[in-house]
Design a protein around this ligand. Structure first.
Ligand code: AMP
Ligand code: ZN
Ligand code: FE
Ligand code: FE
Length: 291
């Protein structure tokens, strides 16, 4: 079984529509794919309706969170939530708040860039986002379109980096609140790419331990942004804290270079995660048709 538990569609900052994503997942011979768009469940219905034979869909989302060190900086981090009740009031309100905050924040980054003479317009960013949760990859595409940078990756290395003077943080959810909300909605929680240093500061093992204490179920050990040393360290953290070890591609279509199934989750880990969910089951074509 090939299991990829972290992908993005046009509902956030991926470039494949949800229906295209599930078709590509089947073509790539995945058995299980999770759709985890940033701060939204908007891609679920289209993906479910288009599910090909033999592919299982795990509905999920990637929550924009932050850890605030009492004596230190605020560190942004991502929490994957799976199989939660999308109608849970508190969780739905938090997703909506995050999506709204992405608009003001994206606009603020664009304003910072234009104030310095960089060629980018907010209207074009919104057009490219096509109604999906707006993120820096959309701004990056406009910068590529306008010839300011040669690639999305280059935009992230300088103008759009979290260390850039143009950067504006999002109004992220406190990570412990997010774990609590997702669990309250019957969902399963996995800490996404905990050691993706290239994106900004990362939290220490003490924070991962606190997250485990708060009810975190798993951590993404195998991820394209993790070096072999990062993976070895996280595998040990998973073992020590009794967390399920996952792996995934974090596929974003043309916005990133990593293919579906670049990193994968074992069947045993997947089944362990499923056993923690209390709200819903993964979907197959038969389920979609029987509704
Ligand atoms: P935002 O959510 O607006 O802060 O943007 C962060 C998103 O950009 C995350 O989903 C990342 O996966 C994506 N991202 C980070 N670095 C890169 C990169 N070098 N190329 C393309 N996408 C990236
Ligand atoms: Zn993304
Ligand atoms: Fe992420
Ligand atoms: Fe992601």
């Amino acid at each position: 079984m090939t299991i990829d538990l972290h992908t993005h569609t046009t509902a956030s900052d991926g470039t494949d529509r949800p229906a295209e994503l599930v078709a590509k997942a089947a073509a790539a011979r995945l058995s299980v794919v999770a759709i985890t768009d940033h701060d939204t469940t908007a891609g679920w219905a289209e993906a479910e309706a288009a599910l090909p034979d033999g592919l299982t869909l795990v509905p999920g989302t990637e929550f924009s969170c932050a850890y605030t060190d009492p004596n230190g900086p605020r560190i942004s981090l991502h929490l994957l939530g799976y199989l939660f009740d999308p109608d849970h009031d508190g969780l739905r309100a938090e997703r909506a708040r995050l999506r709204v905050s992405r608009l003001a924040r994206g606009r603020a980054i664009v304003d910072n860039l234009t104030a310095d003479g960089v060629a980018v317009t907010w209207n074009r960013v919104v057009e490219i986002a096509r109604g999906g949760a707006v993120g820096r990859p959309h701004i990056a595409r406009v910068l590529v379109e306008n010839g300011v940078v040669g690639s999305v990756d280059e935009a992230f290395r300088n103008l759009l980096s979290s260390r850039s003077k143009y950067y504006v943080p999002k109004a992220d959810t406190d990570v412990f609140d997010a774990i609590r909300l997702l669990r309250d909605a019957g969902g399963v929680t996995v800490f996404a790419h905990p050691l993706a240093h290239r994106r900004g500061a990362v939290v220490g093992e003490d924070v991962i331990a606190s997250m485990a204490q708060a009810g975190l179920h798993g951590i993404e050990v195998d991820h394209p942004d993790h070096s072999p040393a990062d993976r070895a360290r996280l595998a040990q953290v998973a073992e020590e804290l009794g967390l399920v070890r996952t792996g995934s591609s974090d596929y974003h279509g043309e916005n990133k270079v990593f293919a579906l199934g670049t990193c994968t989750t074992s069947r045993a880990a997947y089944e362990q995660l499923l056993s923690y969910g209390t709200a819903r089951e993964p979907l197959t074509k038969g389920d979609a048709l029987s509704k």
